[in-house]
Design a protein around this ligand. Sequence first.
Ligand SMILES: O=C(Oc1cc(O)cc(O)c1C(=O)O)c1ccc(O)c(O)c1
Length: 364
Amino acid sequence: MSSNSIDNNSSIEEGRSPVLQVSPLGFPWQTIDPFLFCVYHDDAYPKANAQMGPEAPLAGRQIGQDFSRKDGWSMYHGDTVPGFPSHPHRGFETVTIVRKGLVDHSDSLGATARFGGGDVQWLTAGKGIVHSEMFPLLDANAPNPLELFQIWLNLPARSKMAEPHFTMFWSEAIPHFASDDAAGGRTEVAVIAGRFGGTAADGGQAPIHPLSPPPDSWAAQADADVAIWTLKMTPGAQWTLPAAAGEGTRRMLYFFKGAVATIAGRRVEGPAAIELRADTAVELRNGDEEPSEFLLLQGRPIAEPVAQYGPFVMNTQAEISQTLADYRRTQFGGWPWSDPAPVHGRDAARFARHPGGREETPRA
Ligand SMILES: O=C(Oc1cc(O)cc(O)c1C(=O)O)c1ccc(O)c(O)c1
């Protein structure tokens, strides 16, 4: 069968399939309101050098702007350590899910953090923040793989000028659940945001209570129906994605690892972005050959005009002009660090130092 074609042997009724659209994954990935942006970094960094960068020549890359994936990795805007040195944001939130490797964060609020291994940073830029996100390589004797999602979640007009807010969700505290099917297949779900379980529609699943999103987030409003889940399915596993709660909710399922899956009876080859009807439960069946992984982004659209200029997302062009003037004048509080691309040493321990100095480490 050709790539991502409809399986004519399936029992789905013409026009009634919950699969609304299947498209190839671009870079960045296409998103639906309330999400603005989603990028997946999957970098096979080599051994580390003494500066916590790649032990490899950087010739042939456009340093400062290297998205080449040459040899399976990019430097992005970093010149020694890969990553994104200091840059501003206004008007939305970043949600950074780090699956492999480490991110060293520093920001204009005075916060710093090192996170990875399933940790999530949820940062409300609100009225303005400057931050850096560097990817230090610590292992001088072995490859240093990095895998992360950076998701931009829009803020409604009333919250665009909210106070910035820094939140860490350590992987140990993120609710995970597993579902085993009758044939021994297993589906594991990490619930970064969005309730699940506790209703008749959830197939007997006990309620899962997610961690609280930042106070001004669209996700903090229960009727916004925001869900951010990652799913891992063993070969041949079957699982029913429950219907969303809200009317008007939209959802995109990103099939980012694995060869093939059947989604509501439709054969889909990965990688693909699959827009699903949110008011219907959807049967997922992984192919028999390989494990597969998915990211689900779901929410009720904010449904307001979007005016974007790079890292600034407002509702009107006049607000963008005001943002550029504000940033020129105030630098959103200024950069309190001596280096635009700070890294936090060779000790691999994860930590967060909040604005004001409160220290936090993951609880086992
Ligand atoms: O990779 C892109 O953006 C980013 C990814 C991150 O992990 C952190 C960031 O701060 C950014 C960013 O601010 O740009 C990216 C990729 C492709 C593209 O067209 C972009 O505009 C950004």
